[in-house]
Write a protein of this length. Structure first.
Length: 299
């Protein structure tokens, strides 16, 4: 089971061919963890421990199978009921519909709707502040307020929640357009393309594309943590004996379900393969500056 530790929080991820296999594997691994904690005189708050089953909306989950326990009984001995605690499932039919990991809300369908709703709530408060001060400060000051109060909210974790479907992301597009109209003191129906170009601000969809290409630029030049190593390979690495026109492009894995095309494993190499300009320039700041100018120029 793959585990990630951050401060005093631990997040684990498991996968398997069937739900029953995954549940059995997780219960077994959790018992090993519980034994390790006991051996090292540490305790886990089982009431704060949750689990989530990532699935497509059409995939049925049998609730009788989803029984995950934190079992502190020593391995090899009969189970002690006093040392077994059930773990609550996070789902849309549970009291908690999402869980927060490093500031991003994950739901079982990976729709990121709870996270997007949270962002909209934060941005709405910032829009109120902008509208209140727009008659007392100039456009440049409003632009700085936008970057500190709205752009920072949009850009954090955008590589993760940016894979949500277009319908859910539409709320953020509308909020950003409201912000750019306030900055430019434009009519509430004004076309926002020229306004984004005027203020040199990337619209939301272009911001997603920019962030993906920036991530892949770091990956290509090996500036990411080792955990990302060999996540993607180029076509020439897959077929070293063949002459290909797209040899330097990254291979995009085959997929059967349409919605997975939005996930990072597929969308990131696609964005890199289609990236404009001198993307192989190792001086990242120069390439990203040119990339931003290009994305703004085509608005």
């Amino acid at each position: 089971m793959f585990s990630v530790l951050f401060a005093d929080d631990t997040t684990s991820l498991a996968k398997g061919p069937t739900l029953v296999d995954v549940i059995n594997f997780v219960n077994s691994e959790l018992q090993k963890m519980a034994n390790w904690f006991r051996a090292n005189k540490m305790s886990v708050n089982a009431s704060k421990t949750k689990y989530i089953i990532f699935r497509t909306p059409t995939k049925h989950v049998d609730p009788t199978v989803c029984n995950v326990f934190y079992n502190s009984t020593e391995i090899g001995l009969p189970d002690d009921p006093t040392l077994i605690s059930p773990i609550e499932r996070v789902s849309f039919i549970s009291p908690e519909s999402s869980f927060k990991l490093l500031g991003i809300l994950f739901d079982e369908h990976l729709s990121f709707k709870p996270h997007i709703d949270m962002l909209c709530s934060k941005i709405s408060k910032s829009l109120y502040c902008l509208s209140r001060v727009k008659n007392f400060v100039n456009s440049e000051s409003l632009r700085k307020l936008y970057f500190s109060m709205i752009h920072s909210v949009l850009s954090y974790g955008i590589n993760v929640y940016g894979c949500a479907n277009s319908t859910n992301l539409e709320k953020l597009r509308i909020k950003q357009k409201q912000a750019i109209r306030i900055i430019c003191n434009a009519n509430f129906r004004a076309h926002t393309g020229p306004l984004f170009n005027q203020q040199k601000i990337l619209p939301f969809d272009k911001l997603v594309e920019f962030s993906r290409i920036k991530f892949m630029h770091c990956y290509h030049f090996k500036m990411l943590p080792l955990s990302f190593a060999e996540t993607w390979i180029s076509n020439v690495e897959r077929n070293p004996g063949r002459v290909l026109r797209n040899a330097e492009d990254y291979y995009i894995p085959a997929h059967r379900v349409e919605f997975v095309k939005r996930l990072p494993l597929f969308s990131f190499p696609a964005a890199w393969n289609n990236a404009p300009g001198e993307k192989l320039n190792p001086r990242q700041h120069l390439y990203l500056k040119a990339l931003k100018n290009h994305l703004i120029s085509i608005l």
